[in-house]
Design a protein around this ligand. Structure first.
Ligand SMILES: Nc1ncnc2c1ncn2[C@@H]1O[C@H](COP(=O)(O)OP(=O)(O)OP(=O)(O)O)[C@@H](O)[C@H]1O
Ligand SMILES: [Mg+2]
Length: 390
């Protein structure tokens, strides 16, 4: 299948020139000469890639990029920013706006072609002749407002719950050197994530990841980080993480990411690959204050309507803020409350089996099963395409 590339530039000569170069490499080329037109065409045509000029009169490339990222229909389309500027600040601004790569004008045709090829290779999803939704896959991110609040537990149990509902989730633990998910699943050390992230970005694809994924006895698959402390020192690029995320989302239904704590650079980088985001908080003052900040940040970043607040109680009721006060403190509705179940949490961890499988009838298991169903239904609905939710 020929891949479609949308070129956006107010300069017609430039459009023609780049268009020609890409056509020579066998791509189908679409053009837009303004930001507004680009946004409309991107949503309607679903190109595999957008090449976007920064300096345009009405709406500049950064703004176009931000708007494309804020729209669920276009947020997953890779973007290369194209500009005459060479300042490092502009490059940073481009990445912050959500660009995947950056090219300066004038560009050598060979360089253009190789960048385009590299980006398209990273997103095999786009070229598959399937429906838009299933090709792109669905993702759930789970993030803690603070460390130790139960983020990994929620991610793991949502995955396990969906496995029993005829879904085929894939889990990913991005916390190199702090990989507790594997331990909770009863695996020893799993270096899958580190092995993948230490490869050059252009080598990261489904085959590579498939070889590193482990399967739990429940059938649930996961790409894990190990708890080997040194693993935390592995250096990798945000682009590599993005490549992993984009590949995983085509492999799982849904892909569930344990994003650890807070808005790290990594989390910010992959934000737009997240369809639904679960924020885990504990009912304690300082955590709630941190959560409020985080929610505000996420909402202004386009996450409105895709956030789910989950309160995990890990201690006795009397020692925590009551839930209505939690809602008040956060100024937002809570999606789910998870009861304290220290004994079950302990036993399940010892057994290497997620709580919802270890004791499906427990109150806490029911709460997590219901949460997973609600969030999953939400992504399915948002993704549209008239898919059955079974
Ligand atoms: N509902 C619960 N009741 C009691 N204990 C729980 C509950 N949920 C999780 N726990 C326990 O709390 C501890 C922390 O959970 P978890 O590792 O999921 O948190 P985390 O936010 O991912 O931590 P980290 O910041 O280290 O990644 C674990 O021992 C877990 O078993
Ligand atoms: Mg964790």
């Amino acid at each position: 299948m020929t891949e479609k590339i949308l070129i956006v530039d107010d300069d017609i000569d430039s459009l023609k020139l780049i268009g020609l170069m890409l056509q020579r490499h066998g791509y189908e080329v679409l053009a837009a000469n303004s930001g507004g037109q680009a946004i409309t065409k991107a949503a309607a045509e679903q190109p595999s890639l957008i090449i976007l000029d920064v300096m345009m009169p009405d709406m500049d490339g950064y703004e176009v990029c931000k708007r494309l990222r804020a729209n669920a229909d276009t947020q997953g389309i890779p973007i290369i920013m194209f500009t005459a500027k060479t300042l490092i600040d502009d490059k940073v601004a481009g990445f912050e706006a959500g660009a995947d790569d950056y090219l300066t004008k004038p560009t050598h045709p060979a360089e253009l072609a190789s960048r385009v090829k590299a980006i398209l290779a990273r997103t095999p999803t786009q070229s598959r002749p399937e429906t838009k939704t299933s090709a792109k896959g669905l993702t759930i991110g789970v993030i803690g407002a603070k460390g130790g609040v139960g983020t990994t537990t929620i991610a793991l149990n949502m995955g396990a719950a969906l496995t029993t509902k005829n879904e085929t989730p894939i889990l990913a633990d991005f916390r190199l050197g702090q990989g507790s998910m594997g331990l909770m699943m009863g695996f020893g050390r799993s270096y899958g994530m580190a092995n993948v992230l230490s490869r050059p970005t252009e080598e990261i694809n489904q085959r590579l990841i498939e070889a590193e994924v482990v399967a739990h006895q429940s059938g649930m698959r996961a790409l894990l980080s190990s708890s080997r402390a040194k693993e935390a020192q592995l250096t990798y690029t945000p682009e590599a993480v993005l490549a992993v995320v984009r590949t995983l989302r085509t492999m799982g239904r849904p892909a569930i990411f344990d994003l650890g704590t807070g808005l790290t650079p990594l989390n910010t980088r992959i934000q737009r690959e997240i369809d639904q985001l679960v924020i885990v908080v504990e009912p304690l003052g300082p955590t709630l204050a941190m959560a409020r900040e985080m929610l505000r940040e996420l909402e202004s970043g386009g996450f409105q309507g895709r956030l789910h607040i989950v309160v995990v109680n890990r201690a006795q009721a009397g020692l925590q803020t009551p839930w209505h006060e939690v809602e008040q403190a956060l100024g937002r509705e809570i999606r789910a409350i998870i009861s304290a179940a220290p004994e079950l949490a302990f036993q399940a961890n010892e057994a290497g089996v997620p709580m919802v499988l270890f004791q499906p009838s427990a109150i806490v298991s029911n709460q997590m099963i219901k949460l997973s169903e609600e969030v999953n239904t939400r992504i399915r609905t948002l993704a549209g395409g008239g898919e059955a939710t079974t």
